[in-house]
Ligand binder design. Structure first.
Ligand SMILES: NC(=O)c1ccc[n+]([C@@H]2O[C@H](COP(=O)([O-])OP(=O)(O)OC[C@H]3O[C@@H](n4cnc5c(N)ncnc54)[C@H](OP(=O)(O)O)[C@@H]3O)[C@@H](O)[C@H]2O)c1
Length: 356
């Protein structure tokens, strides 16, 4: 039984880590304000705003087998590691692949260059997320003399995803409304990929690698899959085979459709024009060597569908509303994917050939 302190624990990943640690019989304490959600049942709580100068005064003065830090603010990372490091045997900082400076090369490893670290005295804005994570990494490693594990997830997905990115396609296909507007990659750029790690597999890896005393940086990413295969997995999970309207990605800009995430977007689609050849294609070699176990994407999608309400035209945090989708479809002709794309789709089940 280990004593684990989670700096966070009220939001999606932090709570999943806490729940898993509690289920394994560990003693868990979570430090947060409680604004992102309630504290996990069974965990001890330190309810505090980390903006306060005395934020860590209420943390029990004991030995921690593991501290898991989830912040994106260098000021919070610095104050916490300075206040708590001496009592912590092992330390995990949850960073992000957004901390990397370059996304143009596939299979890049953990030694690739990072963005310029944001300093703890500099103001944070969401546009500086990558720099901020880079800054948190640097502060953590410098204070602990490199005796910390830096976990860099790529896209995190699964039931309860607050961003709506991983939930859009399985829920849309489970909805049974036809036809479905489906991305069709015309024009330039390399073939788009998705590297989605299930939040539960990530939580397990963070705990296992952290408690095992791993140190250094590791990409904690899903298996790299072409975007079209992700749609096939969503179709399989939904057990659906709807008519599709291929939507050329080159039309997004004129139609005011955003890539990747947010309202009126095509979730998981990358922006055209930038050099994203290596995006969602980070090396997973070290994580696999260190014991990362990943469930198949179709299983994640099935659990998303099982955990959620029917689509019913509601707007998720990311994706197209029923009205926006209908308006975009109106000018296009329902059909299967264009032949060049359909040739790339695996036929997983003989009765689901309309996508393939
Ligand atoms: N989603 C992705 O695809 C993705 C990809 C790569 C990396 N990541 C990283 O994965 C992690 C996700 O963590 P998460 O899901 O648990 O969500 P999160 O929103 O990043 O968690 C923030 C936690 O910090 C606490 N917090 C924020 N401000 C605070 C303050 N002033 N004082 C005290 N506590 C504060 C929040 O709790 P309260 O609000 O209750 O205080 C919450 O528990 C993050 O590190 C993120 O950067 C995410």
């Amino acid at each position: 039984m280990a004593k684990i302190l989670i700096l966070g624990g009220t939001a999606w990943l932090g709570r999943t880590i806490a729940d898993r640690a509690l289920a394994a019989g560990h003693l868990v304490t979570c430090l947060a304000r409680g604004e992102a959600g309630g504290l996990p049942e069974g965990a001890a709580a330190v309810v505090v705003d980390r903006d306060r100068p005395d934020a860590y005064a209420g943390v029990p003065a004991e030995h921690w087998d593991l501290v898991v830090e989830l912040t994106r603010l260098p000021a919070h990372a610095r104050a916490a590691v300075e206040a708590l490091s001496h009592g912590a045997r092992r330390w995990v900082f949850v960073s992000s692949c957004s901390a990397y400076a370059d996304h143009s090369a596939a299979d890049a490893r953990e030694e690739a260059e990072l963005l310029k670290p944001l300093e703890s005295v500099q103001d944070y804005t969401p546009e500086l997320y990558g720099e901020a994570k880079s800054g948190c990494e640097w502060l953590t490693m410098a204070t602990r003399g490199n005796a910390a594990l830096v976990v860099r997830p790529g896209l995190i997905g699964g039931p309860g995803d607050p961003s709506g990115r991983s939930t859009y396609w399985p829920l849309r296909l489970a909805d049974r409304r036809e036809p479905v507007l489906a991305p069709f990659q015309d024009g330039g750029g390399g073939r788009q990929h998705v590297q989605l790690i299930d939040v539960r597999d990530l939580a397990a890896f963070i705990l296992d690698a952290g408690l095992a005393g791993r140190t250094g940086a590791v990409n904690a990413v899903g298996a790299a899959m072409p975007l079209q295969d992700v749609l096939v997995a969503a179709r399989e999970a939904a057990n659906a085979n709807p008519r599709l309207v291929p939507y050329p990605l080159s039309a997004m800009k004129d139609d005011g459709v955003s890539p990747w995430s947010g309202p009126r977007s095509l979730p998981l689609v990358l922006p055209l024009g930038d050099d994203h050849a290596g995006f969602a294609r980070r090396s997973d070699a070290r994580a696999l060597e260190w014991g990362l176990v990943r469930r198949p994407l179709v299983e994640t999608f099935r659990d998303i569908i099982a955990a959620d309400e029917p689509w019913a035209g509601r707007q998720l945090a990311s994706g197209l509303s029923a009205g926006d989708e209908a308006a975009l479809i109106a000018g296009r002709k329902p059909s299967n994917f264009a032949p060049a794309e359909s040739a790339t789709l695996p036929r997983r089940q003989p009765d689901q050939s309309r996508l393939g």
